[in-house]
Design a protein around this ligand. Structure first.
Ligand code: ADP
Ligand code: C5P
Ligand code: MG
Length: 207
């Protein structure tokens, strides 16, 4: 099972995913985190390219990101196949894919080559609040893109390139939209209710 977690930069995708991991036995894969790790990896042929795209708030070419996600998914299966994670038997697994797909080409490619998402969690939040959160995060994150100049570029990319992905899945009735503006705990309560409802629908499909 794959759930895409989308939303503007700073909407709280990573924060919310972290709590869902233990509650629903998900493996959380943040495309941005995977790209940053690859950028730092010694000997990576993509290091310089990723660094440039991230600072400019652009979407890294999909081949790179999809490969990283596939590798991470394989590693998660390997790690868990001999453990007692109940949702992970018989080659099944649960993934929260955070910050992906960010562009239509990656959405279509991943849906076809890897697996289509069961649904999409979309965290909606006004830019003014996102800006505040990102500048605050930037005080300690060490990220090269948590500064006002990069943030503006990321907002532009989000509206022009990533929102069409959300709209695409919305037209298919696969988006669960969540207001990400309230405090973390409030958002979490709403996300849990949405998850429980979505799991109930999934379960009824397999009965
Ligand atoms: P994303 O992964 O969507 O970019 P993060 O989860 O990293 O977002 O959150 C961005 C920043 O905002 C972090 O510093 C986080 O602590 C903070 N944050 C997350 N959710 C909320 C919220 N509901 N209200 C206020 N601040 C939040
Ligand atoms: O999701 P996060 O904010 O961590 O992403 C940081 C950056 O990583 C994005 O602004 C973008 O440059 C890159 N990224 C990407 N493709 C994705 C996810 C992230 O190019 N699917
Ligand atoms: Mg994040």
């Amino acid at each position: 099972m794959v759930v895409y977690v989308l939303g503007g930069p700073g909407a709280g995708k990573g924060t919310q995913c972290a709590s869902l991991v233990s509650e629903y036995d998900f493996v959380h894969l943040s495309a941005g985190d995977l790209l940053r790790a690859e950028q730092k990896r010694e000997g990576s042929q993509y290091g310089a390219l990723i660094a440039e795209y991230i600072r400019e708030g652009q979407v890294v070419p999909m081949e790179v990101t999809i490969k990283l996600l596939e590798n991470a998914m394989k590693a998660a299966f390997e790690e868990r196949k001999n453990s007692d994670h109940s949702g992970w038997t018989n080659g099944k697994g649960r993934f929260l894919i955070d910050g992906f797909p960010r562009k239509m080409d990656q959405a279509l490619k991943f849906d076809e080559d890897v697996c289509p998402a069961s649904f999409v969690l979309f965290f909606n939040c006004p830019e003014q609040e996102l800006l505040k959160r990102l500048l605050e995060r930037g005080k300690t994150s060490g990220r090269t893109d948590d500064n006002e100049e990069s943030i503006k570029k990321r907002f532009k990319t989000f509206i022009e390139t990533s929102m069409p992905v959300v709209d695409h899945y919305r037209a298919e009735g696969r988006v669960v939209e969540i207001d990400a503006t309230p405090p973390v705990e409030t958002v979490h309560t709403v996300v849990r209710a949405a998850m429980d409802a979505a799991f109930a629908v999934e379960k009824s499909k397999t009965l």
